[in-house]
Design a protein around this ligand. Structure first.
Ligand SMILES: Cc1ncc(COP(=O)(O)O)c(C=O)c1O
Length: 422
């Protein structure tokens, strides 16, 4: 390593100590210590989250909002406390602005179906970006098909950032009802200027929905400071259980939206031929919710807050910088995608190595105990921008450190040997 190469910033968190809290990470894969670098797909779970879910099922489970008995009251309290915890975590003013969903995907579908069907019509425009995850594209394609609205995409540059000039061009043509973008790109690690996008969307009379799947786990989020109208997140990417996510929406918007799903819990009055609906958030939570998931998500937030979201963000930014510099230095045949090390970005590193297929790379790395993702990362428009089918992606979290990066580079050298890359 050259003398000018940056090293990780002084640790404000201790990744090795944190790793001890994640039981799954203490194992060997193909005889090698597991190095888990697929955190953008899903994070692992600390002991406190596993324990909270287990404790809930052992001691507190009953259905919520129904029973007049102790267990049901306890389960309801835990479920509603979890809602309040999510609200505080993302800077929401009120707990009833948080709707529990299965995931970011379901949160976006909720806005698309409930808000979109009521507010979009022929000639209206929904603005997405070329860099979106499919879960923030396909729901809009479906709703456009049902309402006659059009979907237009903000262009990206080859550096992997959004071209805000192209957003302005679309907004200037008029008829834009909603703008939506990720907070952080899952394929490139780009942190988008979401406050600025919110400002421009609102100046054009449009709402702004933020897909926070890759941001809420990794940096402080304050929906009111961002100035957005909706914010979506997934529990499983932020140390919580699978099957639980949340949609935050401004109260007056949620109150004006019709239901998404129908069933128990979301009603006010039901007759055989018609029904009226509860206020949000109950209106959007039909059926028995994922109570244990909400309890686990609250425990995950408690864990993340005890580490410190600012410390997590700084650690990952330092890991990203170090990884980009080291990979560029050690691998002349590597192609790194997304913003360079000089730009603050998330710990998501997308790359190709010579002409080795990313799936081959992922398989070779797996034999070295290293889990990375290979593929289009649910971002086919972004892949088309670069005229490639796939990248390899290593994504870092609070329990990854320089030793994990060293294991990655060793395994990539091994791949080079196998494929005789000069
Ligand atoms: C940016 C982004 N949006 C949405 C999603 C979908 O998340 P989920 O599968 O939890 O609904 C992902 C998952 O990778 C993502 O990275």
């Amino acid at each position: 390593m050259s003398a000018t190469t940056a090293t990780a910033a002084p640790p404000r968190l201790d990744p090795k100590a944190l790793k001890q809290r994640f039981p799954i990470l203490d194992q060997e894969i193909h005889g090698k210590p597991l190095v888990y670098l697929d955190n953008a797909a899903s994070s692992q779970k600390p002991d406190s989250v596993i324990e909270a879910v287990s404790h809930y099922y052992r001691h507190d489970h009953a259905n919520v909002h129904r029973g007049a008995y102790e267990l049901s009251i306890r389960a309801t309290d835990l479920y509603e406390q979890a809602r309040a915890r999510v609200a505080r975590f993302i800077g929401a003013g009120r707990a009833d602005e948080v709707v529990f969903t299965r995931s970011t995907t379901e949160a976006i579908n909720l806005v698309a179906y409930a808000w979109g069907r009521a507010n979009l019509g022929p000639g209206d425009v929904v603005v997405v970006t070329e860099m979106e995850h499919h879960s923030n594209l396909v729901p809009w394609h479906l709703i456009a098909g049902m309402t006659g609205a059009r979907v237009e995409a903000v262009r990206m540059t080859d550096d992997g950032v959004l071209d805000l000039g192209s957003l302005d061009e679309i907004l200037a043509r008029g008829h834009v009802k909603l703008v939506t973008s990720a907070h952080v790109s899952n394929a490139l690690g780009t942190i988008h200027p979401i406050e600025e996008i919110a400002r421009r969307a609102h100046a054009a009379g449009a709402l702004y929905l933020v897909d926070g799947a890759q941001a809420a786990p990794h940096e402080p989020v304050d929906v009111r400071a961002i100035g957005c109208d909706f914010y979506a997140l997934s529990g499983h990417k932020m140390c919580g259980p699978t099957g639980i996510g949340a949609l935050w929406g401004r109260k007056e918007l949620l109150e004006a939206m019709p239901p998404f799903n129908g069933g128990g819990e979301m009603i006010d009055q039901v007759w055989a031929d018609r029904s009226t609906y509860a206020k949000p958030p109950a209106r959007f939570e039909a059926g028995t919710p994922h109570i244990a998931g909400a309890v686990g998500l609250a425990a995950a937030i408690e864990f993340l807050e005890s580490v410190g979201m600012e410390a997590i963000a700084q650690h990952e930014a330092a890991m990203a910088r170090l990884a980009l510099e080291r990979l560029a230095e050690e691998f002349p045949a590597i192609r790194l995608f997304g913003p360079g090390p000089e730009v603050p970005r998330a710990g998501v590193i997308s790359f190709t190595l010579a002409d080795i297929h990313p799936h081959d790379l992922a398989t070779i790395l797996d034999h070295e105990g290293i889990a990375i993702r290979a593929g289009h990362h649910c971002c086919q428009p972004l892949m088309r921008h670069y005229n490639i089918a796939a990248t390899a992606r290593a994504s870092f979290y609070l329990y990854n450190d320089e030793d994990d990066l060293a294991a990655l580079t060793r395994a990539l050298h091994r791949a080079e040997q196998i494929f005789s890359v000069a």
